[in-house]
Design a protein around this ligand. Sequence first.
Ligand code: SF4
Length: 377
Amino acid sequence: MHVPFCRRRCRYCDFTSADFDSDLARQVVAALVAELDRRAPARARPMRTIFIGGGTPSILPVRLLETLLENVARRRSRQTEFSVEANPDSLSKETLAMFRTFGVNRLSIGVQSFVDKELRVLGRPHSARQAREALARSRAAGLENVSADLIYGIPGQTLESWRFSLQQAVDADVKHVSCYCLSYPEGTPLANDLAAGRVKEMEEDVQRESYELAIEVLRDVGLRQYEISNFARAGCMCRHNITYWKNEAYIGIGPGAASYVGGCRFTNVPEIARYVAKIGFGPDAIASSEELVGWQHMAETLMLMLRMRRGVLRQPFRRRFGVDPLEAFENVFQKHRQYGLVNISPRSIRLTPQGLFVCDSLFSELVTQKDPSTRLS
Ligand code: SF4
């Protein structure tokens, strides 16, 4: 579920999100609840996982947050993994207590860095001190399963300052860390700074060293890499995101949210006002849909599964698609094996540590390879 509001826009962000506005927020929450009722009636079986993200869900005033959580919580059971995203500057004791009341059992906090200078480059609305306090407050409130998002590749960041941020997350005893390399989406203020030469992109070999440093530092304290950008203690992998990486079904609620149901991918309109109007006056807010079938479905599933350290298990894949993944994409996999990017065994196909860092070319070859049956005709 996508809550599309933020205190202010970070300089690198191109997500669907707007500055907080209380009137619009009331309308959006009503629309989210209405869409949820239509797409996932409360009388249906409970959800395996729920993820309320954004945007910044924790920015909602207590009353609105309560309405939202109350409605969402009707879809949970004791086994449900129920995650909410929050930013350090909007995580009050009251909000945390409410999360506990409605069964939220996983918190994902957008820390990004523990160095104030780097937070300013990113345009984040909080300080490193606020991040430390938010992590401590979450634990004190009894939320044990906390994840911290961190960014490497920030202009001005060094390997030492990156190590410091990783260590601070470890010291805060988080159970999960997501490490993303900074990107410069077109049209964002940071991309404009880059184009004008006001900031300098981190060199690729330093980015790679930062990535390797994260793997090493986090592994040494028991946070094992289980996906390209994600690290967790045993039993704390994000089940919700694993659903995406296995290309299994999910329902997306909110402006710009994507769903994958019955082999079809649907995407809602991204504009907030249009989303509210479409849910208010029509049956849904879908802007586009695409059916994933046959070869394309298989290639996309492979690409998503390869993101995970355990890779693609060949036997279950054969059962799902009726063909061995190596047989279907032999030339792509053998070529990347020669480069040392892929490990192939009778049981699985996995990216090597080097392959995890440079997986884009393999992924694009997988999804652009034509179905052999159509190549023959
Ligand atoms: S808090 Fe997250 S969603 Fe909001 S502007 Fe910053 S990066 Fe984007």
